[in-house]
Ligand binder design. Structure first.
Ligand SMILES: NC(=O)c1ccc[n+]([C@@H]2O[C@H](COP(=O)([O-])OP(=O)(O)OC[C@H]3O[C@@H](n4cnc5c(N)ncnc54)[C@H](O)[C@@H]3O)[C@@H](O)[C@H]2O)c1
Length: 333
C-alpha cells in the first residue's frame, strides 16, 4: 500500500542494530525519510548521519524532538531507556517504533501503553521477525489450516560473550536470553495463538558462558486455553544457528525456517532468494528486508492506514508474558 508522503524519522541510538533500521529507511523512500540520527557520542552520530544521509546529527533525543520535520522516532537504545524515551517522544507529540523489548517491566509497559491511548499516537514495537513474506503468508492462510494444537519454536544462535557492555551486568531477574532474544519467539507464538494469555507457564534456564551473569539457555513450556500447547527453546550457545518455528494445525504442519522460509507439510511455499552475506550471524545484511517491511508498516500506521505493525496493546500483552516467563525461571535449579 502506498502513502501520500513519507514520514520524517529520527533514529535514536547508533549502535549494533541501528544500521539495519537505517538501511531499511533509506531503501523505503516512499514510506520513510531519515531526518536525524541521535547518539550521545557526537562522532558516532556524525558518522551515521554522513553514511545514511541524515541532515541532522544530534547528541540528545530532545535535540531531535525540537526538529519540526521529525514526525516519528525509531528507538534503538539500550533496553533500560526504552520506557522513559517512549514517554518523552509521545509527550512531544511524535509517533514511536521502539526496539524490542517494549519495556523492561510490566509497570513501564502499562504506563507507556496508557500514554499512547491518551495521545492517540502510534506506539509500535520492533518485533522484526514477523515482517517477512513467510509469516505474512502464514497469517493470510491461517483460517484454512484449521484448529491449532501446538507450537514449537527453537531459536538458537551463538554469541561469544556480551555483544554490548550492558549485556555483562544483566541480572537473572532482568533476564539475558529470556529478555533479549525470547521476545522474537514470544511474538511468533502470540501471532499464531492470537491475543490470548497462557493458562500455565513452566521455565527452566541455565548459563553456559562465564562472561555474563544471567541465563543464556532456556526452555519454556506453555499451556493455552482449548488445550493448545507451546514450547520455546532459546540459546546463545548454538554455534550453528537454528531458527525454526513450527505450528501444528489440524489440516497442516506449518514451518517457518531460517526466519523467512515457509514450508507447509514439507512443501516449500515461500523460499526467498538469499543475497550472499559475509557471515552466518543472525543480524547481518541478509535480514535488512525484515526491517524495511517493518518500517513501511510503521509508516502506514502513522498515516492511519491498515497495517501489520505490532501496536501497543499487543506489545503490552507480550511484555506481561515475557516478564511472567522471566519470573517463572527464578526457581532454584
Ligand atoms: N529487532 C532485533 O532483531 C534486535 C536485534 C538486536 C538488538 N535489538 C534491540 O535494539 C536495542 C539496541 O541494541 P544494540 O545491540 O544496538 O545496543 P548497542 O549498545 O549496540 O547500541 C545502543 C546505542 O544507544 C546509544 N545510546 C545510549 N544512551 C543513549 C541515549 N540516552 N540517547 C540516545 N542514544 C543512546 C549508545 O551510544 C549506542 O550507540 C536493544 O533494545 C535491543 O534489544 C533488536
Amino acid at each position: 500500500m502506498t502513502i501520500d508522503r513519507p514520514i520524517g524519522i529520527a533514529l535514536v541510538g547508533c549502535g549494533r542494530i541501528a544500521p539495519l533500521h537505517l538501511k531499511a529507511i533509506v531503501r523505503s523512500p516512499e514510506h520513510a525519510r531519515l531526518v536525524a540520527v541521535v547518539d550521545p557520542d557526537p562522532a558516532r552520530a556524525a558518522e551515521f548521519a554522513g553514511e545514511y544521509g541524515a541532515k541532522h546529527a544530534c547528541c540528545s533525543l530532545e535535540e531531535a524532538l525540537a526538529l519540526d520535520a521529525v514526525e516519528a522516532v525509531v528507538l534503538c537504545t539500550p533496553n533500560a531507556l526504552h520506557a522513559d524515551q517512549v514517554e518523552q517522544v509521545l509527550r512531544a507529540g511524535r509517533n514511536v517504533l521502539v526496539e524490542k523489548p517494549f519495556s523492561e517491566t510490566v509497570a513501564d509497559a502499562e504506563r507507556i501503553a496508557a500514554l499512547a491511548d491518551e495521545t492517540g499516537l502510534v506506539l509500535a514495537a520492533g518485533h522484526t521477525f514477523r515482517h517477512v513474506e513467510a509469516v505474512r503468508t502464514l497469517q493470510d492462510r491461517r483460517a484454512g489450516f484449521g484448529r491449532l494444537r501446538a507450537v514449537s519454536i527453537s531459536m538458537c544462535v551463538f554469541w561469544d560473550g556480551p555483544q554490548a557492555p550492558w549485556w555483562a551486568t544483566r541480572t537473572r531477574e532482568e533476564g539475558l536470553v529470556l529478555t533479549l532474544f525470547a521476545p522474537h519467539a514470544i511474538d511468533f507464538l502470540q501471532l499464531v495463538v492470537g491475543e490470548i494469555d497462557p493458562l500455565r507457564i513452566h521455565v527452566e534456564a541455565a548459563r553456559f558462558q562465564p562472561d555474563w551473569a544471567a541465563e543464556d539457555e532456556a526452555m519454556i513450556l506453555l499451556r493455552y486455553p482449548d488445550d493448545v500447547l507451546a514450547s520455546i527453546h532459546v540459546s546463545y550457545n548454538q554455534k550453528r544457528t537454528m531458527n525454526r518455528k513450527v505450528a501444528h494445525f489440524e489440516n497442516a504442519t506449518v514451518r517457518v525456517e531460517n526466519g523467512d522460509e515457509l514450508w507447509i507439510d514439507d512443501e516449500p511455499v515461500v523460499m526467498p532468494e538469499r543475497a550472499p552475506v559475509d557471515d552466518d550471524a543472525l543480524f547481518n545484511d541478509g535480514i535488512t528486508h525484515y526491517f524495511a517491511t517493518q518500517v513501511r508498516e510503521f509508516a502506514l500506521a502513522v498515516r492511519g492506514l491498515p497495517n501489520r505493525s505490532v501496536l501497543h496493546p499487543s506489545a503490552l500483552r507480550q511484555t506481561r508474558l515475557n516478564r511472567a516467563i522471566v519470573a517463572a525461571a527464578q526457581h532454584d535449579s
